[in-house]
Design a protein around this ligand. Sequence first.
Ligand SMILES: [Ca+2]
Ligand SMILES: [Ca+2]
Length: 383
Amino acid sequence: MKRLLIASLLLCQSAWSETFIVEMKKTLSLDEINYGKSLGLKIELFDKTQTDYFKKTYRIETQNKDLISNTFSVVTLENVYRAQHFSLEPKKGSVFTRPDQLFNLQWGLQNQGQKTRKMINDINEEVIEGKPNVDIRWADAIKKIEIGMKKEPLVAVIDMGIDLNHPEIKSRLFKNTVECNEKGEIHDTDEDKDNNGFKGDCTGWNFAGRTMGEARRPIDDTGHGTHIAGIIAAESNSTGITGVSSKIKILPIKVTGAIDSSQDRKNIQPLTDRVAKGIIYATNMGADVINLSLGWPRSMDTKYLNEAIGFALSRNVIIVAAAGNNNNNANILPCAHYDVICVGAATLDGSLAAFSNFGGEVDVIAPGDEIISLIPTNIVPEQ
Ligand SMILES: [Ca+2]
Ligand SMILES: [Ca+2]
């Protein structure tokens, strides 16, 4: 049984990072960019999105930070940050006592007084009994909500990738059909048919990819993103679980994963850079909702992350973020952002989950402990 894993990203400034995000007073001319390059600066526009901020903001790599402000008229110059991630794992021996259909285990949708048993040490177990109606009142509401839908909502899962072939989620994935092959599948191509800067972005993007082949395949290598996607949109059929709605389409955007626990992370862009790009990409692809089950401490906040969030909000994208798993009232971003819906975790008896953050920044407490969901088909579940 999996607890709803909410990855907390411990961000730390990289010892090897020499990348900066630089907001200029105005958009640079080609001559100015070439002059910068002649001085040894590796410089490129951060993103082609034409907001007032992003059209004059550049990513610059250099060994000499001072060279940037000595060469250009700079408004803000910010670091990027690398990351280590950790996530809470379910306790071994944690089981539900109802062995019947899996929907009966989905207390977050319909709490029927399910029980969980957790071994709290080698001898003792803790039994938590659910309270009927401690749920999201899904059974009463979902049909009315679905009837009122004018379109299939697009939810961007900015996370650790998704099992793109999982039978419960495969049909619910968003397809940017112009970038897919004739079978509607991801293929390797040098063409960017929709001219959005991403070649062959058929089903989302992997900003943590080391190669173009990896970049256009936002595949889950930890289980976290598939778990999240299943809760939102797993198929309503005779097998497995049901998502909140199988009318939702999922846009997989991978910004982290196993690579951030490996030495290979040196070979990809720093994490805050990837998260910002993921938010902008989701917005430009028309996401209605962005789900961010990740966060960073306020001390690591940057203007470019705030601008990316601001860009999404300006397009009326709803951003939902995890309050974090630190069991305190720490200010975790983007959760603490005023316009982001910040969600803490409740357990099935209605109490705050032991790991959940709390405090004034938390807007909503939702089912978030002992949540059953999908596991990538190539990952063997824990016992
Ligand atoms: Ca494209
Ligand atoms: Ca199902």
